[in-house]
Design a protein around this ligand. Structure first.
Ligand code: UDP
Ligand code: MG
Length: 317
């Protein structure tokens, strides 16, 4: 029995790029089917993440024209990570293996053949890693590099330069589904799932049409989510900082007592103000970081659904 592959492709307001990339996905899939690597029941599945443009009607159109296309639609925009998870969990019931990929053509679809080859060799997880970022702007490149460095420094292990282009077997997805957290950062969670994994390398090309949905603000929020959902190192850093400041203040107290006995104490207005401000700042920072985690706990305890599917494309057999 040849394995059934599902491409899982989240789409948010992608009406410009979808008509360009959909045929590319189709060609790649058909190539692998005709080469006998995959079952003819393999599919390209789009996850419409509450798009406000014509994305869903394009998906419906595609699925009515070709049996290899399928789609589900989320009830509203939930963000890339939730859309991807929703798609993967849906595909898990139908496929032996999935490949998640963005719909903008930035991730080289041809690398998926190598991924499938690795799967056939017995790997459960295959990461797509970019071997060059020349096509990204200087700004995007440096901020993205900074992002991985920050993540690593803060104790969140991720595969360097790997985004969400990856192959996962059903077994790995079953394990991933046991991770019940609401704040999801798949890049950090998949390595925790374990199993035999490897990487394939590809060139990242510019977006074929439309524009990025990851401005700096969203990247920062992804970084904060990633760090706080994977590691408690920032809290420990705050504790360390608090400890250090306490030591420094002790030295200050001893110094002021010595000055007092040496009869050299002057009206130390500026030093007092400086210390008060400094401590105030540190305290606010610490409260902020702790608050970030308390907020996460609050969200997790509510145990809300991470995605809600509202529609599916027509089934045809
Ligand atoms: N995306 C999504 N929901 C969102 C934002 C983005 O499903 O709220 C999808 C988008 O359609 C694309 C992928 O996530 O397929 C990556 O987004 P984008 O290309 O804008 O990010 P970049 O490649 O610039 O980091
Ligand atoms: Mg992109």
């Amino acid at each position: 029995m040849k394995p059934v592959l599902y491409f899982v492709i989240p789409c948010y307001n992608e009406q410009e790029v979808l008509p360009v990339t959909a045929p590319m996905f189709k060609t790649a899939l058909e190539g692998m089917i005709s080469d006998g690597m995959l079952s003819p029941d393999s599919k390209i599945m789009f996850v419409n993440d509450g798009s406000r443009d014509k994305t869903w009607s394009i998906i419906e159109q595609l699925s009515s024209e070709h049996t290899c296309f399928e789609g589900i639609s989320l009830s509203r925009n939930r963000g890339h990570q939730n859309a991807l998870l929703g798609g993967l969990m849906y595909a898990k019931e139908r496929a032996d293996v999935t490949i998640s990929i963005d719909c903008d053509g930035q991730d080289d679809i041809n690398a998926s053949r190598e991924m499938v080859a690795k799967y056939l060799e017995g790997f459960d997880v295959v990461y797509g890693v970019r071997d060059s970022r020349e096509s990204d702007t200087f700004f995007k490149r440096t901020t993205a590099r900074g992002f991985y460095k920050l993540m690593k420094g803060m104790g969140a292990q991720t595969v360097y330069d790997h985004a969400d282009y990856r192959l996962m077997s059903r077994r790995a997805l079953e394990a991933l589904s046991e991770f019940k957290e609401v704040n999801i950062f798949l890049r950090g969670m998949v390595p925790l799932v374990g199993f035999k994994s490897t990487s394939v390398y590809y060139n990242r090309t510019p977006r074929l049409a439309g524009k990025s949905h990851y401005p700096l603000k969203k990247m920062l929020s992804l970084a904060i989510d990633g760090i706080t959902s994977l590691s408690t190192k920032p809290i420990r850093l705050v504790t360390g900082l608090g400890f250090f400041v306490t030591l420094v203040s002790f030295a200050g107290i001893i110094w002021s007592i010595v000055q007092y006995f040496l009869d050299q104490s002057v009206a130390g207005w500026s030093s007092t103000v400086a210390i008060v401000c400094f401590l105030g700042g540190i305290q606010l920072l610490s409260l902020g970081i702790i608050g970030e985690y308390v907020g996460k706990i609050y969200l997790e305890t509510k145990n809300r659904p991470r995605y809600i599917i509202s529609e599916e494309t027509e089934k045809k057999d």
